[in-house]
Design a protein around this ligand. Structure first.
Ligand code: COA
Length: 341
């Protein structure tokens, strides 16, 4: 869907909110650079290549969204992208307004963005995860506009600190010697189809299908996988630390852990799943350990990941492994089945 040019939306007297496409990359750059610093400090995530990509899109004036101005200087931005009838709020961030808090300045842009999406013809679903903000920060905005909020956890595990325990085999490894019925291998590009089928099967009826509708179909799961492996949005995919688990007799894929590099010495787990029939044998834990060992050998110090708080089986596996909470944030989803086209 092509966006309309939006006129000025006066949200608060101290701040002016205008169509993002009025502004050049040069005007937006200081705000994005500050955001990259916060991604590093708060989430150990090197966001610099992502902001360069975003600035290219902004310079091309193709992102639909809003910029916030403080006396003519850009102090924030928000934008959304469209995938068919779904809109994804890509980001919302503000910094350095003279009198308003960063959260309030961000809120001033989210109000017109949500309003625009509510009236956008053909948009029947909106997804958003604002990782830099604390859970509950914008609860009032999203609960008052047909959204459901799902708290999510940003977890980290200092594998550098677990080195001695791993070397001394003090951590139980259910995959040591790999159970006779299973075999391990690293990710290969041959695995796309089987991996998408496994993801689709593992997330049937799962709480995360409410946050990310790609899990609901095989086609969506394949798309999700391509996004992780081919594009740098969730870090740079690392095939050397991404492990596949197969049933030796049938050759069927029964589990996987996928890793990306998000910063110097920091990896991010973008997917962990085990086929239903193989759960409860320690294989999820075993794949995490296998990824951690290979990352540790390559000099990585930490692993991070995000998990939905309501996904209790996964949260238990991560906590038992040694992951701890670094940050709690919200995923917001609007799903309308009755919106007219
Ligand atoms: C999360 C998930 C990967 C866990 O896989 P799993 O192989 O069942 O995990 P484990 O077997 O290591 O642990 C599960 C349970 O089995 C127990 N277990 C049984 N045998 C075990 C063994 N030999 N060693 C360790 N744990 C064992 C664990 O203690 C744990 O019990 P608990 O839930 O009471 O704490 C799996 O449930 C899944 O694929 N879920 C859907 C996808 C998903 O949510 N992924 C995470 C997204 S962030």
């Amino acid at each position: 869907m092509q966006g309309r040019a939006m006129s000025s939306a006066p949200v608060a007297s101290e701040i002016e909110v205008l169509d993002l496409r009025h502004f050049s990359a040069r005007q937006l750059r200081p705000v994005l650079e500050r955001e990259a610093e916060l991604w590093q400090d708060r989430l150990r995530w090197d966001y610099r290549s992502s902001i360069e990509l975003l600035l290219q899109y902004m310079e091309s004036r193709i992102l639909q969204g809003f910029a916030a101005l403080d006396r003519g200087r850009v102090c924030g931005y928000t934008f959304c992208v469209y995938e068919g009838t779904k809109a994804v709020i890509g980001d919302a961030f503000a910094t350095g307004h003279r009198t308003m808090s960063d959260a309030d300045a961000t809120r001033a842009m989210l109000v017109p963005l949500l309003e625009m999406l509510r009236h956008a013809p053909g948009v029947d679903r909106v997804e958003s995860q604002l990782l830099l903000f604390n859970a509950g920060e914008f609860a009032d905005l999203f609960t008052s506009s047909e959204y459901t909020i799902y708290p999510r956890l940003f977890l980290e595990c200092n594998i550098g600190g677990m080195k001695e325990a791993m070397l001394a085999n003090a951590i139980v490894d259910p995959l040591s010697g790999v159970p006779a019925d299973l075999e391990l291998s690293l990710w290969s590009s041959e695995d796309y189809q089987a991996a998408a089928e496994l993801i689709h099967a593992c997330y049937r009826g799962h709480c995360d299908t409410r946050l990310n509708d790609q899990y609901r179909t095989l086609h969506g799961s394949l798309r999700f996988l391509h996004n992780i492996v081919r594009f740098p949005g969730c870090g740079v995919f690392e095939s050397n630390f991404s492990w596949m688990l197969r049933d030796r007799r049938s050759g069927a894929l029964v589990g996987m852990v996928l890793c990306s590099r998000v910063g110097a010495g920091v990896a991010h787990i973008t997917q962990l799943c085990i086929a239903q029939a193989y759960r409860g044998r320690g294989l999820g834990h075993g794949l995490l350990l296998r990824a951690a060992q290979s990352l540790l050998r390559a000099g990585f110090e930490a692993i991070t990941l995000t998990v939905t708080e309501a996904n209790e089986p996964a949260v238990r596996v991560y906590e038992r492994f040694g992951f701890t909470l670094r940050h709690r944030f919200d995923a917001m989803v609007m799903e309308s089945q009755f919106k007219p086209f």
